[in-house]
Ligand binder design. Structure first.
Ligand SMILES: [Fe+2]
Length: 275
């Protein structure tokens, strides 16, 4: 079964569980409006979790504790020391994505915590790209520092004439269609061609600590190299599941940088599998 079929049965199951009747217009938005900026800041639990996590993460990055520096990003290698903050953030964010974006049950399969770097030349995630997992995989990036201006390494995504994110179709959709992406899913050429015809072509997400952006992993996006200050983030990735786990994120089914970002080709394994 591919991811889109599995997503469909997850939506059927969600409706059976007594959730509001399905609405095809809203469901279409999942693919047509692939980047959202939800406001989670009205939640006290969210604000407190962001505040607490931001101090702990800053301290670890400043002292190189539980970190891996690949010169592209400074990566945190021990996310579960923040399990309380992770639980509180997921308890605010994931239900919102279930009820406003996916209309199905979700679980968290990946959490990244990292600090961006100042690079001379763009490489890796600093180049326009799509992640090339199936379309039913969505990430939420939450700033753990103020990103007030373009020098603070804002997350950036490509937009169309309606100010909506732009998806690049992935080459991975399920067990029967699972191919590497051309040019390693880097698409500077596509963006540069647009640059000559349309303006503006992208949105940079600016805001105070706690500002978030939820994006389909195949929405064309990039990080910007740091020019001033530092930028720490937590990135929470979700996938549909037929059966909701007791809690959204868990070391049994949620990984960090230690395991590849490519999801399992089989969506039905959901949170029964580490990858
Ligand atoms: Fe990415």
């Amino acid at each position: 079964m591919n991811y889109s079929n599995y997503y469909e049965i997850c939506k059927q199951q969600y409706e059976k569980e007594g959730k509001p009747p399905r609405d095809s217009e809203k469901e279409k938005e999942f693919y047509e409006n692939p980047v959202r900026e939800f406001d989670f800041m009205s939640s006290t639990d969210y604000r407190e979790a962001v505040e607490s996590l931001s101090h702990k993460v800053k301290s670890d990055f400043d002292t190189n504790t539980d970190t891996l520096d690949d010169k592209i990003m400074l990566k945190h290698t021990n996310i579960w020391k923040f399990s309380e903050e992770i639980r509180n953030l997921c308890n605010v964010c994931v239900p919102k994505l279930e009820s406003s974006m996916y209309f199905c049950n979700l679980y968290v399969d990946k959490i990244y915590i990292y600090r961006t770097n100042s690079l001379k030349d763009r490489e890796s995630s600093y180049i326009w790209h799509y992640d090339n997992n199936p379309l039913e995989v969505v990430k939420t990036i939450i700033y753990l520092t103020d990103v007030d201006n373009e020098e603070n390494s804002p997350y950036e995504y490509l937009i169309d004439s309606n100010n909506r994110g732009v998806i690049h179709p992935p080459t991975r959709t399920g067990p029967s269609h699972w191919l590497p992406a051309p040019n390693n899913s880097r698409v500077n050429n596509i963006v540069e061609a647009l640059n000559k015809t349309t303006k503006p072509i992208s949105n940079k997400v600016l805001g105070k600590k706690g500002t978030s952006c939820t994006f389909n992993n195949n929405a064309i996006h990039r990080a910007n190299p740091l020019k001033k200050g530092f930028r720490d983030v937590i990135n929470i990735r979700v996938k549909p599941t037929l059966i909701r786990p007791a809690h959204f994120a868990d070391p049994k089914w949620t990984t960090g940088f230690e395991i590849s970002g490519v999801v399992n080709p089989d969506p039905t394994l959901a949170w029964t599998s580490l990858v």
